[in-house]
Write a protein that binds this ligand. Structure first.
Ligand SMILES: *[C@@H]1O[C@H](CO)[C@@H](O)[C@H](O)[C@H]1NC(C)=O
Ligand SMILES: *[C@@H]1O[C@H](CO)[C@@H](O)[C@H](O)[C@H]1NC(C)=O
Length: 524
């Protein structure tokens, strides 16, 4: 999102600089309201001013020159609002600019509440008006304080995003304000000191607010409780999932149940049922509708066929998937109209899932009958049996066929496997293996990116070690030396592998020479 905006601004700035007839100075005139900062004055200035927009620039930079008159005009307009606009010349203040991680000019950063460590990238436009509008928003309170029920209700009825309100309880107040700072873009925060309700969230689509019914003093001790509560309660009971809302469902750390619907009428028809179900199981499972016409492919990620409507549950913590039974492919193709999902079947699956009685759908390729290389191919069904072998050190690469890093790693990984297989002793002690993670579900392995490479050490396979160095042969060997349960002399194995390879090469070359000689003979 931000990247797109930035590109837009850059395009706009180039356009603007092409249009501007005469070149300006990038540096604001000394008599303007723009404050020039240096390494010596920077920190104190941030500490003294609650809202500072800092422009890191270079005098030769064209976009900086274009920005200059707008920046000067905005600085003059904002001076009386206690909003400061500053400039730092990076050709002079190199240390400061390096410390701020400046990589391009101009870089605009917003420092709020005297916080030197967490500036935000400026995300407004580059005209005087755009800067003024954006900066004025920064000083609006993140918490609106009201003093009557009527004012509170006025905010609630107008709200288009979840409203979090509290009664300003002393135990809660500090946490409430700091959470408001953090989530001011997503939610509206209101404090009503006279309210009987200590803490609640009101969803825009709902009549009743949801009260926090935990212990407020616990929140004071551990502010994260409030954050987790909010991440669950501020989600709609039964919302539509899209690219934008997906993140907040993942953040909530709660299993996600999907209803893939085929058209809007069907969505309407099930809305009440799912809303009730969601209220009943709030905090334990979230329910969403997904438009199968747009996102039907997502069914694959849930190990389901693209037969709609469908209902499936994804426990994202364990990466296990559950779903209502589907038809065999041929049977589905013979259908003349869509099968209706029975609400009682959905409720039953949800209850079984929550009580741990339902069976997950595990995706797996067939176990290969023969292994074609020294890199052992593991599939969903064979993973645990191979990886958790007490006797052996098992290195597993979890990859995806489309991943570029995986492709680059392949020959190195292959060589590692060849080296270890070349020695009678290490051959029995080490397994170098791989799993295509797009075709096989593996439990209890956290895959954060592809490839993820994990060692299950002999004798300690319940304590897997993740390989995290540069993916080079020597690093893999060092990693095994340090972490493997079996001890072998990698140096000797590697050396004899190399000399065998060398000998092989000489032999091959000789073969070739002979062949060439034969060839020449024929010619004669
Ligand atoms: C709550 O905290 C905010 C910010 O720290 C402060 O401005 C406000 O006066 C406090 N309110 C109460 C009721 O203590
Ligand atoms: C979801 O997975 C987590 C992690 O494995 C597990 O602790 C939790 O019990 C699972 N939830 C359900 C409802 O099965």
């Amino acid at each position: 999102m931000l990247v797109n905006k930035k590109t837009l601004f850059q395009a706009f700035a180039i356009l603007a600089s092409a249009l501007s007839a005469k070149a300006q100075e990038a540096s604001a005139p000394d008599d303007s309201a723009v404050v020039k900062l240096t390494s010596e004055t920077f920190e104190d200035f941030i500490k003294e001013n609650p809202v500072v927009l800092a422009e890191f620039f270079a005098p030769w930079c064209g976009h900086c020159k274009t920005l200059a008159p707008h920046y000067v005009e905005a600085a003059a307009a904002l001076e009386s609002e206690d909003i400061a606009l500053a400039q730092i010349d990076c050709t002079v203040e190199q240390d400061l600019c390096m410390k701020q991680g400046i990589r391009g000019y101009p870089s605009l950063k917003l420092f709020k509440n005297h916080d030197l460590e967490n500036p935000k990238d400026y995300a407004g436009g580059r005209t005087a008006n755009a800067i003024i509008t954006y900066m004025k928003k920064q000083i609006l309170p993140t918490v609106q304080v009201v003093d009557s029920q009527k004012d509170l209700e006025a905010i609630l009825t107008k709200a288009t995003q979840p409203v979090i309100f509290s009664n300003g309880d002393a135990a809660l107040n500090e946490t409430f304000f700091s959470i408001a700072d953090k989530f001011s873009e997503e939610y509206t925060f209101v404090s009503f000191p006279g309210s009987k309700v200590k803490l609640a969230v009101q969803l825009p689509s709902e009549a009743e607010a949801i009260e926090y019914n935990g212990d407020i003093t616990e929140v004071e001790k551990n502010p994260e409780i409030l954050e987790s509560w909010l991440k669950v309660e501020a989600l709609p009971y039964f919302g539509e999932i899209t690219g934008e809302s997906f993140g907040s469902y993942v953040e909530s750390d709660v299993p996600l149940a999907y209803f893939f619907y085929t058209d809007d009428d069907e969505f309407e028809e099930y809305t009440e049922f799912f809303t009730d179900l969601a209220k009943e199981h709030r905090g334990k499972i979230n329910f969403v509708g997904l438009d199968s016409r747009k996102f039907g492919k997502h069914a694959e990620n849930l190990n389901m066929d693209e037969q709609f409507p469908l209902f499936a549950i994804h426990n994202m913590s364990s990466n296990l998937k559950y779903g209502l039974p589907q038809l065999a492919k041929e049977e589905f193709e013979k259908l003349t109209e869509a099968v209706k999902l029975e609400t009682k079947d959905i409720s039953k699956l949800v209850n079984e899932f929550l009580s741990g009685k339902s069976e997950a759908i595990i995706k797996s390729e067939e176990v290969p009958e023969v292994q074609e290389s020294n890199v052992i191919k593991i599939v969903g069904k064979s993973h645990d049996g191979i990886a958790y072998d007490e006797e052996k050190d098992v290195l597993v690469k979890y990859y995806a066929p489309w991943c570029g890093h995986c492709k680059r790693l392949a020959p190195i990984y292959e060589e590692l496997a060849d080296i270890l297989a070349s020695d009678e002793d290490s051959k029995d002690k080490f397994v170098i293996a791989e799993v295509d993670s797009t075709l096989n579900d593996i439990q209890d392995v956290e895959i954060e990116g592809f490839p993820t490479i994990v060692l299950y050490p002999a004798g300690k396979n319940t304590e897997p070690v993740v390989f995290s160095s540069q993916r080079e042969l020597t690093n893999f060997i060092t990693f095994l030396e340090e972490n493997a349960g079996n001890k072998v002399d990698f140096q000797i194995i590697h050396d004899s592998y190399k000399s065998a390879l060398e000998a092989q090469k000489v032999a091959d070359d000789l073969d070739e020479v002979e062949e060439d000689e034969d060839f020449e003979h024929d010619e004669l």
